[in-house]
Design a protein around this ligand. Sequence first.
Ligand SMILES: [Zn+2]
Length: 319
Amino acid sequence: MSFSGKVKDELSKQWSQARHCQIAELAALISICGAIVIDSRNQYGIKIHTENITVARKVFTLVQKTFNIEADISVRRNIIKESVSYSVIIRKHSDALRILQATKLTDEYMDGFEEIHIVNPIIVRQTCCKRAFLRGVFLAAGSMSDPEKSYHFEIVCAAEAMAVQLRKMICGFSMDGKIVQRKKSWVVYLKEGSQIVDMLNIMEAPLSLMELENVRILKEMRNTVNRKVNCETANINKTVSAAVRQLEDIKYLQSTIGLEKLPEGLEETAHIRLSHPDATLKELGELMSPTVGKSGVNHRLRKISEMAEKVRQDQGGLL
Ligand SMILES: [Zn+2]
């Protein structure tokens, strides 16, 4: 199962105890996947349509638990698209009306607001209800990327007003939600790992939260190790290229003036370097008699390179 699927599975099992929160969650699900059906006799019905069975189950159970209403379920198989979709249907006028009034999703409750809202702000006034609402919204229209690959959380809204209201709600929890238009929808998204962790906490998905945190810790450790390795590799390269240059200089002196022309200490250093091309300065010093410290060896090698440079100049750069 994808990480997104796991989060949804966990969220579908999460139940708010308070009735106000249950109503907020149902309001989210109906406002995203629901349709109000009004027949010729002005009788109301509600139809909630989804391709996700966990969402269908959640809607069915919320309607049952919160309102004591038994909804109908219809399953439709699309052979061409090889998909299954589910509809939770509330057919009875009085039942539908009861749900619409409680969730304040009928027009009479939506009028009179200066800003256009998809959900009546009264429904999500309390923090507990906002959390339940966000859970419902994510179940109905959200997705997350696999944290091993990247950090991305999004909720796809069919209307801009919904995206604006959602973003405001998310930002109210000190997160930096953003909106981007994608074809005919508006997408509210989060990009930062730490904010997605917060979001999972708000929606109450503790197991997914722990899984995400584990991935984040491992990723961070991997990055630190990589940085260290890169740093050490750079140092090794530096040592190697210095040794290569030294060897070139020594061989050059050997073929021009001859190493025996070098002062005693430098001659010894040159011979030892030639026979130990991979040794570090410290190791070279220990091979000498008497032993020489690291900086002493460094000094001698620099002298050799200076002499080589001088001979090169005397030779007019011909050799
Ligand atoms: Zn509440």
